[in-house]
Design a binder for this molecule. Structure first.
Ligand SMILES: [Zn+2]
Length: 178
């Protein structure tokens, strides 16, 4: 059955704006104390929530730290604290984000998440290559330019690309909480 295009556009998921408290409460892989202290951007009101599949940011005071939060459409919001190795290791390499499949020269960073719970306390972690600016949602929607060759020409609809991004991210978060 072919659905009219407008219907398919409406069914694209939207992220709801989260409050600072909701974000802090959503962390699955750090202590409550750490979640209380970590830096959350002050301009949450000005973020493009309607175009986000997840909200991610880098810690302005600690460049090797990044955070992201998903949801809450598909269940409760989930947030993870990430560590990025020294930027010099990826600066000049051309590589692809494993979440949104955008290719950047020097704009993809290996991000490592401690696993949730006991496994994390024992030092277990999972890593993924992500857009270093955590703007996957904007690249997928063509709202941020990744430069020549950044996005493969594909026959997928925007909704399908968004769904793939959400699925890839959920799989990463499932590994963190497994
Ligand atoms: Zn990405």
């Amino acid at each position: 059955m072919h659905l009219p295009k407008t219907f398919r556009q409406i069914s694209v998921r939207r992220m709801r704006q989260l409050t600072e408290q909701e974000i802090r409460a959503a962390f699955v892989n750090c202590t409550k104390g750490a979640a209380k202290r970590l830096n959350i951007p002050h301009d949450l009101d000005e973020r493009p929530w309607a175009d986000l599949d997840y909200f991610g940011w880098r810690d302005p005071q600690a460049p090797d730290r990044a955070y992201l939060v998903t949801g809450p459409d598909d269940g409760p919001a989930r947030a993870v604290a990430l560590r990025c190795p020294s930027p010099t290791s990826w600066q000049t390499r051309r590589s692809m984000c494993s979440i949104c499949l955008t290719t950047h020269t020097g704009g993809v960073s290996l991000m490592v998440a401690a696993k949730a719970g006991k496994a994390g306390q024992q030092g277990n972690s999972v890593g993924a290559y992500l857009c270093a600016d955590l703007a996957c949602s904007l690249y997928v929607r063509g709202k941020r330019d990744a430069g020549a060759g950044g996005r493969m020409p594909e026959s997928l609809t925007l909704e399908e690309k968004i769904r793939r991004t959400v699925t890839n991210l959920a799989a990463f978060l499932d590994k963190v909480t497994a």
